[in-house]
Write a protein that binds this ligand. Structure first.
Ligand code: PMP
Length: 434
């Protein structure tokens, strides 16, 4: 690196004049870790380059979508072809039908899907659908799970057990979240208490099956099983938010992972995003026919979108799904991700650094904690200053991980064993002084 002008800094100053905080999504601002966000000028394979021309091994992958790495040739070709046919029609296309069919083939818990443009839209619409289909108001979510920034979902736990929550954002009136209950993740007693008291009012549980918004925390099998049983027994719908895990932890998503441990396990509604768009704005939600027929124009639950099913986004998504459906794709991806986590664990152990980590498919998380946490509270016991030291140490050594300790990481098919080894070596170097 040369010592002259830092173009990231120059761009950040310019950005701050015209975009709040200089970013279009808060976590990008490096607020938690300090320092200057990298302004990315290009990406290829497992790498991204910033405005200074500095190269990084990318473990964010656009926060999940880039499972093939950046600029996969088959995806680029499909997008280039689609671009020449027009950007958007606001009318049905064969390609969106094809994408819907592909998704349904991969995730048999659904009979129908509706395509939208972001995970937020998909989550918000899934909640409305669950309320419309059940005729109930109450929704139940878990502390540490993120389902997009719809008003009713921006809620933190209130005080005491099984209480209705408080807004986590200014601009959300308490009345808007008065039907949202926030419980502790992995706490079976709390969901049982909530259903015992409010069972007939609960429209749905919404849950990240492997929570990627508190780093990487699995719903325990008994917890997930109890969520399913309580929903079924009380006429509530179980919504799995697979925006992050879908097509990422396994081809069939986290639901296919839990179905191995819980025979017959299926959600009622699945929320998807990220990988299904391959980096383009595309997300979806789906369910069995009887639930989906509540949606407009068939039913009374309204939902719409100017760019929904966009022809370029669907081309990108279809090409991505085609690649990830190839035999052995997840075995290889899972092996590489595991090797990164086990390499980091060994390096930390060698330097006496408290460390734990976990992964599934191409999604991973690690903690500067002795044992894996199972709740948001436990995740937040991580030493923030040490995480920041690790983050900046890695960044300085050309390894780009999420700039916050509560975010999951992602390995792509483009990462090589050499990339993994270089990343582990960089971390080892930092562990020496942690
Ligand atoms: N659900 C989950 C599990 C997510 O991780 C995210 C985004 N990180 C969302 C919903 C919201 O998706 P989007 O950012 O596309 O609105």
């Amino acid at each position: 690196m040369t010592t002259h002008t830092d173009l990231n800094q120059t761009l950040f100053e310019r950005a701050k004049h015209v975009i709040p905080g200089g970013v279009n999504s808060p976590v990008r601002a490096f607020r938690a870790v300090g320092g200057t966000p990298r302004f990315i000028s290009r990406a290829q394979g497992a790498y991204i380059w910033d405005a200074n021309g500095q190269k990084y091994i990318d473990y964010i992958g656009s926060w999940g979508p880039m499972i093939l790495g950046h600029g996969h040739p088959a995806v680029v070709e499909a997008v280039q072809k689609a671009v020449l046919e027009g950007f958007s029609y606001g009318a049905p296309t064969e390609r969106e039908v094809e994408l819907a069919e592909e998704i349904l083939k991969i995730m048999p818990s659904m009979d129908m899907v509706r395509l939208v443009s972001s995970g937020t839209e998909a989550g918000m619409s899934a909640i409305r659908l669950a309320r419309g289909a059940t005729g109930r108001k109450t929704i139940l979510k878990f502390e540490g799970c993120y389902h997009g920034h719809a008003d009713a979902l921006l809620v933190k736990a209130g005080s005491g057990l099984a209480t209705f929550g408080n807004p986590t954002s200014a601009g959300v009136p308490p009345e808007v979240v008065q039907h949202t209950m926030v419980l502790e993740y992995n706490n079976v007693e709390q969901i049982e208490a909530a259903f015992a008291e409010h069972g007939q009012e609960i429209a749905c549980i919404i849950i990240e099956p492997i929570a990627g918004n508190m780093n990487f925390v699995r719903a325990s099998v008994p917890f997930m099983k109890r969520c399913r049983e309580l929903c079924t027994a009380n006429g509530a719908l179980l919504i799995l938010d697979e925006v992050m895990t879908g097509f990422r932890v396994a081809l069939g998503g986290a639901q296919s992972v839990y179905a191995k441990a819980i025979p017959g396990f299926e959600p009622d509604i699945t929320v998807m995003g990220k990988v299904i768009g391959g980096g383009m704005p595309l997300a979806a939600f789906g369910a069995k026919r009887a639930v989906m027929e509540h949606l407009a124009p068939l039913g009374g639950v309204y939902q719409a979108g100017t760019l929904s099913g966009n022809p370029i986004a669907t081309a990108c998504g279809l090409a991505t799904l085609k690649e990830i459906s190839k035999p052995g794709f997840y075995d290889e991806l899972g092996r590489k991700t595991q090797s990164l986590i086990s390499g980091l664990k060994s390096a930390a152990a060698a330097e006496g650094v408290a460390f734990s980590g976990d992964s599934q498919g191409g999604m991973m998380g690690f903690f500067l904690l002795d044992t894996l946490p199972s709740t948001y509270k436990e995740v937040m016991t991580t030493d923030g200053a040490k995480f920041n030291q690790l983050f900046h140490g890695l960044l300085d050594r050309g390894v780009y991980i999420a700039p916050a300790l509560y975010e999951a990481g992602f390995v792509s098919a483009a990462h090589t064993d050499e990339d993994i080894a270089a990343s582990v070596a960089a971390a080892h170097d930092i562990f020496k002084s942690l």
